[in-house]
Design a protein around this ligand. Structure first.
Ligand SMILES: Nc1nc2c(c(CN[C@H]3C=C[C@H](O)[C@@H]3O)cn2[C@@H]2O[C@H](COP(=O)(O)O)[C@@H](O)[C@H]2O)c(=O)[nH]1
Length: 498
């Protein structure tokens, strides 16, 4: 064979080994999370999986899940989870999983971020769910993507004071809009009046940029990413708060205007009471930082961790949904055409704040925890139907956070090398992207896969997948935490990813 001849055998081998020549467009979507988890486990030196404990746990966990009739139905039985199978629930779950990270606190139970709702005090993940439910009850559309982009609608409904006639008024531009004159008491009901128009002309909003930042300060996509990706594979609160600083300025403007309005309302020369026939400005809220601080207010003096990055996640997601999915989460879900892996990949490709990846031994590895838990929550909330119907749901893995690895360690499924266990026991933070953090996350995903396989060996007809195992272990962890049965604390990483 001369040098010019093509060695077709070698080419076929290379194509097969490196899937060269373009991926097969008809191949079903894959997230590669489980493949990467196995790679991490095969190359891990600081985290181990005990097959003996895995076999024992397979018996205990499958028996307990059967006893509790643990299924997708369990999801909606939680007091705070939405029950309806409708678009509002799709939006609720998306909002929840957009912000579903880093609730742990260095403070004690009495001091940590806490949300009072329905007569109870909620912490951790449940504080987020409670805050969202509370906001909706207060009339704040916190689960609406259009609300997040802070530009508000171009149209606003203006009701007559007798509530009968309604006319839709197209506001020429936010700049021209009058600050509303609402009687003071409406403010106290927690229903916020519109803040004064931002200082930008409407066109800056139409340009699809954040509406309340002077264009000179708009975070470009890469800047926003840089803000969002301060650390490889993870994220920390960044100092560059051009975006947030501007938010502070705007909210000051609004607070000043409201105080002036209050003065007006309570000053000696009472502003004339609005005449009955006058139109009452609609009680519509805009997504300013003050409104978000109200949504996530705590009954202790610790604010919700990483508040600025949560605001960033909402703004980014609102803008991406507005620009690419006509502002609708349902459209986003439908674009995945019934594939769970496809929807996970869509989230990771389109939303920086879902792109939960890291590197291990110079190889890029994917965890995609919040993208996967969004699909899993949809599947469970809709019991596998409608927006929760996926033809490949078993491709979803365990969600690599800080809570489930914690219970897996206490069950003996995973164990840590002494230096790592010491670090965790001392409550010292492990940097996001650190090899130890990546090994804990990857080995936890792989351990759940081994547990699932062991359960199917003893019960071939068991209706179990990584999602239900994960949900069950999370709920079990919370029960043990409540009962004070925690041996080792969970590992601590401040990260937007989980
Ligand atoms: N792997 C995994 N991680 C989960 C959950 C959930 C809640 N899922 C609900 C839906 C179905 C289940 O039945 C649950 O009722 C929250 N988290 C994560 O934990 C952390 C919060 O912990 P703590 O501060 O202690 O509340 C944070 O990273 C959060 O993202 C889960 O299920 N699996």
């Amino acid at each position: 064979m001369s040098d010019d001849d093509v060695d077709h055998e070698l080419l076929a081998l290379m194509r097969q080994k490196f899937s060269l020549g373009g991926a097969n467009p008809n191949a079903p979507p894959e997230t590669k999370v489980l493949e990467h988890a196995q790679f991490i486990y095969d190359n891990s030196i600081d985290v181990a999986i005990s097959m003996a404990h895995t076999k024992l746990a397979a018996i205990a966990v499958s028996e307990e899940m059967q006893k509790r009739e643990y299924s997708t139905k369990t999801w909606s039985e939680h007091e705070l989870h939405p029950k309806a199978k409708d678009e509002a629930t799709v939006n609720f779950i998306f909002t929840m999983d957009l912000l579903n990270f880093s609730f742990w606190s260095l403070r004690g139970e009495e001091e940590r971020f806490t949300v009072d709702y329905k007569g109870k005090k909620w912490t951790g993940y449940w504080s987020l769910v409670a805050a969202l439910q509370r906001a909706l009850e207060e009339g704040i559309p916190i689960t609406s993507p259009e609300f997040w982009i802070d530009g508000g609608e171009d149209e606003q409904e203006v009701r007559r004071s007798d509530g009968t006639a309604t006319e839709v008024m197209k506001s020429a531009s936010w700049k021209d809009r009058e600050a509303p004159r609402l009687p003071k008491e409406s403010f106290n009901t927690g229903v916020y009046p519109d803040p004064p128009a931002p200082r930008l002309p409407n066109e800056s909003f139409d340009a699809g940029v954040y509406s309340d930042l002077p264009s000179s300060q708009q975070p470009t996509a890469s800047e926003a990413n840089v803000t969002a990706n301060v650390h490889d594979g993870g994220i920390e609160v960044s100092d560059e708060k051009t975006f947030e600083d501007q938010q502070d300025d705007d909210s000051d403007v609004w607070v000043d205007a409201l105080e002036a309005q209050d003065q007006e309302a309570v000053g000696p020369e009472q502003s004339p009471k609005p005449k009955e026939e006058e139109l009452v400005t609609p009680q519509r809220v805009r997504c300013t930082e003050d409104v978000l601080r109200h949504v996530f207010r705590s009954s202790t003096n610790e604010e919700i961790p990483m508040f600025n990055l949560r605001v960033h996640c909402l703004r980014e997601a609102g803008r991406v949904l507005h620009d690419h999915f006509d502002g609708s989460v349902v459209t986003l879900v439908q674009d995945a055409k019934g594939s769970a892996a496809g929807l996970v990949n869509l989230l990771a490709d389109r939303f920086a704040c879902f792109k939960d990846e890291s590197t291990y031994e110079t190889k890029k590895v994917r965890f995609l925890k919040r993208a996967q838990i969004f699909v899993a929550d949809l599947w469970a909330a809709f019991e596998g139907e409608g927006c929760g119907e996926f033809n490949d749901i078993d491709k979803i893995t365990m969600f690599a956070d800080y809570r489930v690895p914690h219970i897996m360690h206490s069950l003996g499924l995973i164990s840590y090398c002494p230096p790592l266990e010491g670090r965790i026991r001392r409550g010292e933070i492990i940097e996001s992207g650190h090899s130890w953090e990546v090994q804990i996350r990857g080995c936890s995903i792989w351990a759940i896969e081994l547990l699932r396989r062991e359960i199917l060996k003893i019960q071939p007809n068991a209706k179990v997948n990584a999602i239900l195992l994960d949900f069950f272990l999370y709920d079990l962890a919370k029960e043990k935490e409540k009962a004070g049965e925690e041996a080792l604390p969970h590992h601590r990483t401040r990260s937007i990813w989980y």
